[in-house]
Write a new protein. Structure first.
Length: 236
């Protein structure tokens, strides 16, 4: 549907077969990524203006789906989640499983973000940014678990799909499965450094022992499990 899928989720979980695949599409990306009032109203969540806003938005969407499914004793496994043009889409494997729900709850967290570029997620309350000491902003509740399943992705890529979607899936296939990404352009404005080629930065991160890749969420984004200070060492 156009707009928010929230109103249809309860019905979707009532009719989906156990161990079935549920596909959810949202076109109100403004609410998921930017508009605080709209996000609270439609998704019962708080968004944040960050350099990884697209991924944060899709993780808020997954959080909403999970919380609706839990009401009917459904757990979820995210098979694929992606953002493209004006919409976000999530494919989920759902099943009746209280144990699965317990595992899912571990992946619902508070996301913290500071204007200095620091970001993390936790169930604990943070009072300030450990990097710069300033007030830190939060988004919650947010899904911080995996957002792709390689087996599902490989099967999907064998189907007849549009060239546009094939291009996106090829990028996703090589994305590391960790939450969030950095935008060096955003960091350069804060820390006043010269930019380097993205592929070069990725290689440097790998040499330092971190995971790193491009991301379909942003042409200039870098997905990595490196902390902010480790990333900045490459530029400064």
């Amino acid at each position: 549907p156009f707009g928010s899928p929230s109103r249809y989720l309860a019905s979707a979980f009532r009719i989906v077969r156990p161990k079935g695949i549920l596909c959810v599409t949202a076109t109100d990306t403004q609410a998921l990524c930017v508009s605080k009032k709209a996000c609270i109203r439609k998704y019962s969540a708080i968004p944040l203006r960050t350099d990884f806003f697209k991924e944060l938005g899709i993780r808020i969407l997954i959080s909403t789906i999970l919380r609706e499914g839990m009401k009917q004793d459904y757990s979820i496994e995210v098979m694929l989640a992606y953002a493209h043009k004006h919409y976000m889409r999530v494919f989920l494997n759902v099943k009746k499983s209280l144990k699965g729900i317990e595992n899912n709850i571990r992946d619902l967290n508070i996301v913290y973000y500071c204007s200095c570029g620091y970001r993390t997620y936790s169930k604990d309350i943070m009072q300030g940014c450990p990097n710069c000491g300033k007030r830190i902003n939060l988004s919650l509740p947010v899904w911080t678990g995996e957002i792709k399943n390689d087996n599902f992705l490989n099967k999907l890529m064998k189907k007849e799909i549009t060239p546009d979607l094939e291009k996106i899936l090829n990028i996703i296939k090589n994305e590391i499965n960790v939450p969030f990404y950095y935008d060096p352009h955003r960091l350069a404005k804060t820390y006043k450094f010269d930019l380097k080629k993205i592929d070069l930065v990725i290689e440097e991160l790998k040499k330092m022992g971190f995971q790193a890749s491009r991301t379909h969420f942003s042409r200039t984004g870098i997905k990595t499990d490196a902390d902010l200070l480790s990333l900045l060492k490459i530029f400064i």
